[in-house]
Design a protein around this ligand. Structure first.
Ligand code: GRG
Length: 301
């Protein structure tokens, strides 16, 4: 039986909880803020996309020989841990300076700035470890494991999330063209989301043409994701989102609604969504990815 999306999210949450308990045992005071950051109620879009891409690429459902389905879920933790690190650092006073995240005080508010910087720093190596362990559990050859780690770290680093975040900060209170905004969104959000999809295809040992399709799907759905995020920052409910709305305007950030208006931004998000779904239509089993794509477009948190 194919698990529902909620069941899959619950399995990923269980893997996160179990693995962190085991991995952080004996690590001292860093364990508490790490658990606080990671085990807060995130939507887990990135690990879901990874598993969805793996299924779409023909990865076999059900228990994986040797290590059970958890080897796949272990690898899925990699992008989620990179993402959580980015949230912890993004919330710092020297970045976007936010007090609320995932419905509770941000890590620096709860544990102090120094612990928050260390928490983010600790999450990155944990992410790489999760991918390496997942690859071993799936019985993937070392060069494939190396490729998977390369995909994740490239998306997280200077050519992806970190580079995009700096562009985003430098653009505050400036007039930004739509093209420049697209570069910021690609770097700070879409490359990591695309990496989840690429990794799903590579872990499933899919043909390169399929991996490329999944990457293009991921870029388009990542751009849709950030566009919806910008819209929700204007229209969303803070209690529903678990973070304070209206921050983009307060910080003078260029966003899709600030350039195209709310309606224009909605049209743009739908265009990205259609582009994304078109990419995966020819794949063997795209239903789960389609469902996650709709979730990205229709979300209210
Ligand atoms: C300080 C070394 C250093 C690096 C900074 C902070 C950072 C790198 C990058 C930030 C990138 C960032 C936060 C982009 C925004 C992406 C985004 C829309 C996040 C919200 O994701 P959701 O909605 O959150 O999936 P949940 O809580 O559901 O997981």
């Amino acid at each position: 039986m194919t698990p529902t999306l909620d069941e899959l999210r619950a399995a990923i949450d269980a893997e996160l909880e179990g693995w962190l308990s085991e991995t952080l045992r004996g690590t001292g005071p860093i364990a508490e803020p790490i658990r606080y950051a990671v085990l807060a109620k995130g939507k887990r879009i990135r690990p879901l996309l990874f598993v969805g891409a793996w299924e779409a690429a023909g990865g076999v459902r059900g228990p994986i020989p040797g290590n059970g389905a958890s080897a796949l879920h272990r690898m899925a933790l990699g992008p989620e841990l990179v993402h959580t690190y980015s949230l912890v650092h993004d919330d710092l006073p020297c970045m976007d300076d936010d007090d609320l995240r995932r419905g509770r005080p941000t890590v620096h508010v709860r544990y102090g700035e120094r612990a928050a910087v260390m928490t983010g720093a600790a999450l990155l190596p944990l992410a790489i470890r999760a991918v390496a362990e997942g690859a071993a559990g799936l019985g993937l050859p070392d060069p494939v494991a190396g490729r998977l780690i390369g995909i994740l770290t490239a998306a997280a680093g200077s050519g992806g999330m970190v580079g995009g975040q700096l562009l985003d900060l430098l653009a505050e209170k400036k007039r930004v063209s739509f093209e420049a905004l697209a570069r910021i969104h690609l770097g700070k959000t879409a490359r990591l989301i695309a990496a989840c999809c690429t990794m799903g295809g590579v872990a499933a040992r899919a043909p390169e043409e399929t991996v490329d399709r999944l990457t293009r799907f991921g870029i388009a759905i990542g751009l849709a994701f950030q566009t919806v995020d910008d819209i929700l920052d204007v229209t969303g409910s803070s209690s529903r989102m678990g973070k304070i709305g209206g921050r983009d305007e307060a910080l003078g950030k260029a966003t899709t609604p600030s350039i195209l208006g709310l309606e224009g931004a909605r049209v743009r998000a739908e265009q990205f969504g259609r582009e994304a779904l078109g990419e995966i239509a020819p794949l063997a089993d795209p239903d789960r990815l389609r469902e996650i794509g709709r979730l990205v477009l229709d979300r209210d948190r």
